[in-house]
Design a protein around this ligand. Structure first.
Ligand code: C2E
Ligand code: CA
Ligand code: CA
Length: 768
């Protein structure tokens, strides 16, 4: 899986929530809310519809009930009128006894709940019960003229009303002798209160209001509170809302047709109201009922809104939670990216980021157009030792900044610190000369230290590079190639960048072979110990010798130490080889002792790899004991590079003490070949100092001669013996004698030689 790294990088872990996911969830929440809202509206419509149906039912039922009651009252009146015929006098003229009829009427009015009962003759004369206060004298007088009374004289029963909203029922009274002409009419009046009780709603918690009107809109019977109906009047007459006007028109038509209906409207007080109407079946009268809309739909609508609000709240909480989780993970992701891809010292890319960046860009690379360069700071431990860890880190940051200035991101170039003092660069160039020139510029700028707080300590680099021939190749393999090239660079200052090529593959193969041959050669004693004498320039006598290993392979011939020692140093095999050489030396010395020869001290080289195992000296001392060789006759040569290894300093110090405790001596080998410091002599208790041949290459220079003289003097003062290595010319010997060098090891006296040759030439009998 490829991931993007660098600025604006997006590390997409499988367990993390992305902004896109949050967006999608947000949209899903929004859609859910919209669907819920749509559902709520739909539910509201269904509810409205069922409310209307319910209201219609209730009004129809009430209208039917009221109509029936009115019919019953008419029937009651008709029944009384039949009985009343028996009490009728001949006429209502003066002198006629109407007392009996009056009594009858009084009695029946009480029983059948009429407030007023009267019988009227064609002349308008009346016999009646007591006149209630609500009926005025004029009304009483005009009663005979009422339409319904006239209709009754024509044989029709009628219902009408008086101004005070009393309902009048009128029936014809037929004479007892079977005559068919109507001479009398009976009129019954029911008071307003009784009617109001009748229409007072028993539904809707008593919160609805009903009234009876005729088709022209005239109020026949109103409830106690007329206000809503008065508002209705306002709306009916003044409303300009097209919908309301057409609904009212429709209502009027329905009322005239005698059918019912329902109408929703907003009162002048902004109350939502329902108006339900239905014909009573009496005249053109209609029952109107007004109900506040929230009375019915209110509670369920409230529930809908409550549900809706809770839904919004839950969704909002969920969404906020999601955003929080997203924020938490995105900061976590940034942290993670920082830890995973940022170098904690330089703040630039680390190895992981370098690899990912390469993977990202590899597909765009043309073959053999880019290269990977490794830059390894030489002796960086020295910087750390001198300037402390913070000084070292500042130096790494300084190098990083210079690299950043030189690479061209527009050409997809990038650089990273790999580990400790190693930097890797990916450059868009495959021409070694140009690359070397660029690297030279970089190193020059690093050493200029302009505007930098890094310690002004000159730094050199070992550089190896590898041209990317196949961009699809694993980056770690390309880095290994650059590293191999870098490791092949001689330990000389100012060395140019080495490019990886086929010879490295051959070398790798060869090294593999060497490794395979090692075990067998060790068993078969293909490793031979050669000895080179250390001669005193004063006496010309060999006062010591150095054991140097040679690999004499039966098929491959003699293999030089410089070919296999570095390899075995890298893979740790050197330790077993050193023990082998030490055992051979002990065996040799034991033999010489047995032969009664005069022993001279023999030194063996001790690789730095031994110091990884703090108790390693015990094995050497055990071998010496086994061969009964006096340990004073044995010396360990330690290369100076070992003293620069910060982590091993204490182990080295302890080991030198232990060597002395066991009786061995030790010398500091190759002094002057690298970063030698005189401080080492003071710090480490060595017995001899082996000056590298580099010191003596230019003996003509006075300065070089003075340095040598000074060193000799200093060593004398510190009671450290001096050995000059690689001396080839007699003139060198002459000068070394003058400056009191203790011993000389070099071709001028002898090359390293097989043990028996050495024995013959330099090992003498005690008596000789
Ligand atoms: P060294 O310890 O510095 O050994 C001295 C090297 O200088 C030897 O190379 C020797 O042959 C060479 N030499 C001596 N006199 C002269 C001279 O006058 N002129 C020149 N040009 N060279 C001279 P050699 O034997 O090839 O060994 C190379 C290195 O391999 C040694 O350097 C030593 O570091 C390592 N080495 C050899 N044998 C062993 C061993 O048994 N164990 C370990 N750990 N290292 C070994
Ligand atoms: Ca040596
Ligand atoms: Ca040496």
């Amino acid at each position: 899986m490829r991931r993007r790294v660098g600025k604006g990088s997006a590390y997409q872990g499988p367990f993390l929530i992305s902004g896109l996911q949050v967006g999608i969830i947000g949209v899903v929440i929004l859609i859910t809310l919209l669907i819920s809202a749509w559902n709520a509206i739909d539910l509201r419509k269904v509810l409205d519809h069922s409310t209307e149906e319910y209201l219609n039912d209730v009004t129809m039922h009430m209208a039917g009930e009221i109509g029936n009651t009115m019919h019953h009252k008419s029937e009651d009146l008709a029944m009384i009128s039949e009985f009343a015929a028996g009490y009728l006098p001949d006429s209502f003229g003066a002198g006629e006894d109407t007392a009996e009829l009056q009594n009858f009427l009084e009695e029946k009015a009480g029983v059948l709940e009429f407030n007023f009962l009267t019988v009227i003759d064609r002349q308008g004369k009346m016999v009646h019960t007591e006149v209630p206060e609500t009926i005025g004298k004029a009304e009483l007088k005009g009663m005979a003229e009422l339409d319904c009374v006239r209709a009754a004289f024509k044989g029709r029963t009628g219902t009408s009303y008086l101004g005070g909203q009393e309902i009048i029922y009128s029936v014809p009274v037929y004479g007892g002798d079977g005559e068919k002409s109507v001479e009398y009419v009976m009129v019954g009046i029911r008071s307003k209160e009784k009617m109001q009780n009748m229409i007072a709603s028993k539904s809707f918690d008593g919160q609805s209001l009903s009234c009876i009107i005729d088709s022209s809109g005239k109020v026949i019977l109103s409830p106690t509170d007329l206000k809503p109906f008065l508002q209705l009047d306002d709306i009916f007459k003044k409303s300009k809302d097209g919908k309301v006007v057409s609904e009212i028109d429709e209502m009027r038509k329905n009322m005239r047709r005698g059918t019912g209906g329902i109408l929703a409207f907003t009162s002048t007080h902004q109350d939502e109201l329902y108006l339900s109407y239905d014909a009573l079946g009496v005249n053109d009268w209609v029952l109107l009922t007004i109900i506040p809309s929230d009375l019915i739909a209110g509670s369920s609508e409230g529930s809908i809104w409550r549900f809706f609000l809770i839904l919004i709240f839950v969704m909002a909480v969920f969404f906020i939670f999601l955003i929080k989780v997203y924020r938490f993970f995105s900061t976590g992701r940034r942290e993670l990216e920082r830890y995973a891809f940022e170098d904690h010292v330089t703040g630039g890319m680390n190895q992981a980021a370098f690899c990912l960046k390469y993977e990202e860009l590899a597909c765009k690379m043309a073959p053999s157009s880019n290269c990977i360069v490794m830059m390894n700071v030489k002796g960086f431990k020295m910087v750390n030792e001198r300037f402390g860890i913070e000084g070292g880190n500042e130096m790494l940051r300084h190098i990083h900044r210079v690299l950043q200035r030189h690479i061209k991101p527009s050409d997809d170039e990038f650089a990273a610190r790999n580990e400790s003092d190693n930097f890797f660069l990916c450059l868009r160039d495959a021409e070694p000369a140009r690359i070397r020139a660029r690297l030279r510029d970089i190193i020059t700028e690093v050493n200029a230290f302009s505007g930098s707080e890094a310690p002004r300590h000159p730094v050199a680099f070992r550089q190896g590079a590898c041209i990317i021939e196949h961009p699809g190749e694993e980056i770690t393999i390309l880095q290994d190639h650059a590293r191999l090239a870098e490791q092949s660079v001689e330990k000389k200052a100012g060395e140019e960048c080495v490019f990886y090529d086929e010879s490295f593959v051959k070398r790798l193969k060869w090294e593999e072979e060497m490794n395979e041959l090692f075990e067998e050669s060790l068993r078969s004693r293909h490793f031979r110990v050669y000895l080179q004498p250390k001669v005193s320039p004063r006496t010309g006598e060999a006062e010591g010798a150095e054991a140097l290993v040679r690999w004499q392979h039966p098929e491959r011939g003699v293999i030089c130490p410089s070919d296999f020692i570095p390899l075995f140093e890298r893979n740790g095999k050197i330790c077993r080889l050193d023990v082998y050489v030490f055992r051979e030396v002990c065996a040799l010395m034991a033999k010489w002792e047995r032969m009664g020869k005069r022993l001279i001290p023999v030194s063996v080289n001790l690789s730095r790899q031994h110091f990884r195992e703090p108790g390693f000296l015990e094995e050497f001392s055990g071998i010496a004991k086994q061969y009964r060789v006096r340990t004073e006759m044995l010396e360990f040569e330690l290369t100076e590079s070992i003293f620069l290894d910060e982590e091993q300093i204490d182990v080295v110090k302890d080991s030198i003490h232990r060597m002395h405790a066991l009786g061995f001596t030790c010398s500091l080998d190759d002094f002057g070949s690298g970063f030698s410091s005189l401080g080492l002599l003071k710090e480490f208790d060595v017995d001899a100092l082996k000056l590298d041949r580099l010191f003596f290459l230019d003996m003509h220079s006075e300065k070089a001669r003075d340095v040598i003289a000074c060193l000799m003097e200093l060593a004398k003062k510190l009671n450290v013996k001096t050995v000059a290595e690689g001396i080839e010319e007699p003139e060198q010997v002459e000068y070394l004698r003058q400056v009191n060098c203790d011993m000389i090891q070099g071709y001028v006296y002898a090359r390293p030689m097989p043990a028996d040759a050495f024995e013959e030439k330099y090992v003498r009998g005690i008596m000789v």
